[in-house]
Design a binder for this molecule. Structure first.
Ligand SMILES: NC(=O)C1=CN([C@@H]2O[C@H](COP(=O)(O)OP(=O)(O)OC[C@H]3O[C@@H](n4cnc5c(N)ncnc54)[C@H](OP(=O)(O)O)[C@@H]3O)[C@@H](O)[C@H]2O)[C@@H](O)CC1
Ligand SMILES: Nc1ncnc2c1ncn2[C@@H]1O[C@H](COP(=O)(O)OP(=O)(O)O)[C@@H](O)[C@H]1O
Ligand SMILES: [K+]
Length: 518
């Protein structure tokens, strides 16, 4: 598990190291500069001509110190001090003085600099201290840097990317490498920041563990060693040991969603998977996945005791229920979901059309139009504890009755609204999904754009259900499931490619992930 920090939390770690532990800021700055140079030295040669672009804050100070180290080591290096010289921080002023004593070339105005003369750029304009949108001359500097053809190394953050949420503040440097100090920043994990970072290199510049531990953060991500969290598979066991999953999915002609969810549940270790779907899907599903048990319902007879009893029985024998994939949003589909919800006393995985149905239902009440709070409260009151909702951004927009663009722009704030006063777990699916429960925020760093293909969300539901069926707590299952799903997508991309991979390849990828082969 890797802790992630925002700018406020990172500044608090800096402050603790400096004021409580007593490490002078110039020592940290020197360490930062050396770590940037050692990263650069893996890619540069003495033939390169390097320009270090510096701002007036401590990020610029890191850049000035790096320029000196490069000079000392025999590299050809110039400095462009693009920040306001009247606003130099104390440490940056010290670093500038050293460079002046060494008679380094220091440009002060954009017009003086010919970027085409340089093969390598170092971006030390802004780091975690960026507070407002970049405009005017600073924006022009970044525009020049982004048209440059050589490698760009960003110091701590690509300038212009917010460390808090990965958003571009006006404009931002597109780096090839970002060398960051101490802890990974939230804005380096979320998009678009993640893309602007290029390859992210995290370095140790001497923050003592006590400084890091002194600051609490709600953000974290998983890494390979977190696969050890997988539920232990007892030797003395039978299929009952590993739980029973019910998948309520697949309207007429939509059997694929049920198939993918069920297959993923089996491939993640569920003991038994039952699919509840319409009769017309029976033959195809039995052919595709004979391991699954099928219960078929007749949507036209939902008012009969017999059909209700069938649903009640299926719900009663399951440990976790997936509802929604490929279900459609008809009144009959809503009726099925109402029965399932009424009878269920186990966690649900509420996905796709189950979310769309809830949104449509809320829309029938004038009081609920645009009232996100009321809608989320209603969900909390009607769904069993431990239920996981897995909306993609558009589904979430419908559910909350908010513009999708607002949700995409404020994913972390959206997570806060979703988890306020609720027992539910939210998986906000995106290229970097956020799993939110109470005040914890898991940011997922596995997966790739090959997963932007139909059916991968259905696969996720099966993975989450299987983990719960095997005894995992819902929040842990949601985090680990999302992580495993992304890793399986990475295996699929490696075996096929990001263009050709399809959802069933992600299911196949589970074999390598769970078999410890990645
Ligand atoms: N502290 C430490 O101990 C350590 C810190 N370290 C390093 O310091 C970095 C943080 O340094 P920081 O806090 O000085 O902030 P930084 O990112 O340089 O930006 C502030 C400057 O930018 C300016 N500015 C801001 N927004 C602007 C805008 N939109 N447009 C224009 N100007 C804008 C602002 O100007 P002002 O608002 O004062 O005019 C100010 O001059 C961190 O990322 C790491 O690299 C390491 O050495 C390890 C130890
Ligand atoms: N660019 C991407 N990078 C990483 N993961 C992605 C990307 N695009 C989509 N995904 C993942 O793929 C899944 C898509 O789910 P969803 O949109 O519900 O698809 P469907 O409804 O077709 O099954 C989500 O888990 C999402 O996080
Ligand atoms: K920078």
């Amino acid at each position: 598990m890797k802790k992630l920090v925002n700018s406020k939390q990172m500044k608090a770690i800096d402050a603790y190291a400096i004021h409580t532990i007593g490490i002078p800021p110039l020592v940290l700055m020197e360490n930062a500069a050396y770590s940037v140079v050692s990263c650069m030295e893996k890619s540069i040669s003495k033939e390169d001509i390097i320009l270090v672009v510096c701002g007036s804050g401590n990020n610029g100070g890191d850049g000035l110190a790096a320029a000196r180290i490069l000079l000392n080591r025999g590299y050809q290096v110039d400095v462009f001090l693009a920040g306001n010289p009247a606003h130099l921080s104390e440490e940056t002023a010290t670093q500038l003085k050293i460079l002046e004593n060494l008679e380094m070339v220091i440009w002060n105005h954009l017009e003086e600099v010919n970027f085409a003369n340089y093969t390598i750029l170092v971006d030390a304009l802004f780091g975690i201290g960026l507070e407002r949108d970049i405009e005017d001359e600073q924006a022009a500097v970044i525009a020049e840097m982004n048209t440059h053809e050589g490698i760009i190394f960003a110091v701590d953050m690509p300038s212009g990317i917010s460390a808090d949420d990965g958003k571009v503040k006006g404009t931002a440097v597109r780096a090839d490498y970002t060398v960051t100090f101490g802890e990974e920043k939230v804005g380096q994990i979320l998009f678009p920041g993640s893309e602007y970072c290029g390859t992210l290199v995290v370095t140790d510049i001497g923050f003592p563990p006590s400084a890091v531990d002194s600051v609490a953060s709600e953000f974290y991500r998983y890494e390979k060693m977190d696969l050890a969290r997988l539920p232990w598979r007892r030797a003395y066991s039978n299929k009952g040991t590993f739980g029973r999953v019910l998948i309520v999915a697949g309207a007429k002609n939509m059997s694929g969603a049920a198939y993918l969810s069920a297959l993923a549940a089996y491939r993640t270790g569920a003991g038994l998977v039952e699919i509840m779907t319409v009769e017309s899907n029976r033959l195809i599903l039995q052919g595709q996945l004979p391991e699954a048990i099928l219960t078929t319902i007749n949507p036209d007879l939902l008012d009969t005791t017999e059909e209700k009893e069938k649903i009640k029985q299926a719900v009663g024998r399951s440990d976790v229920i997936v509802m929604g994939p490929g279900l459609g949003v008809s009144d009959k589909a809503k009726k099925v979901l109402d029965f399932v919800t009424l009878y269920a006393q186990v966690p649900l995985i509420v996905d796709a059309d189950a979310i769309n149905i809830a949104a449509r239902y809320f829309n029938t009440f004038p009081l609920m139009r645009g009232n996100t709070c009321l809608r989320l409260n209603e969900l909390n009151n009607s769904l069993p504890k431990g239920t996981i909702l897995t909306p993609h951004l558009l589904e979430l927009a419908r559910l909350m009755d908010q513009p999708a663009s607002d949700i995409q722009d404020n994913l972390l704030k959206t997570a806060d609204s979703c988890t306020k006063d609720t027992d539910l777990v939210y998986v906000l699916k995106d290229a970097r999904s956020v799993v939110a429960y109470e005040d914890e925020r898991y940011l997922n760093y596995s997966g790739n754009n090959g997963m932007a293909t139909a059916g991968t969300g259905d696969v996720l539901t099966g993975i989450l259900a299987a983990l719960i069926a095997q005894g995992m707590d819902s929040f842990e299952a949601a985090k680990l499931g999302v992580y495993i799903h992304g890793l399986a997508g990475d295996v699929a991309a490696a075996k096929k490619n990001r263009y050709s991979m399809i959802a069933s390849d992600v299911v196949n990828g589970l074999e390598d992930v769970l078999g410890g082969m990645i």
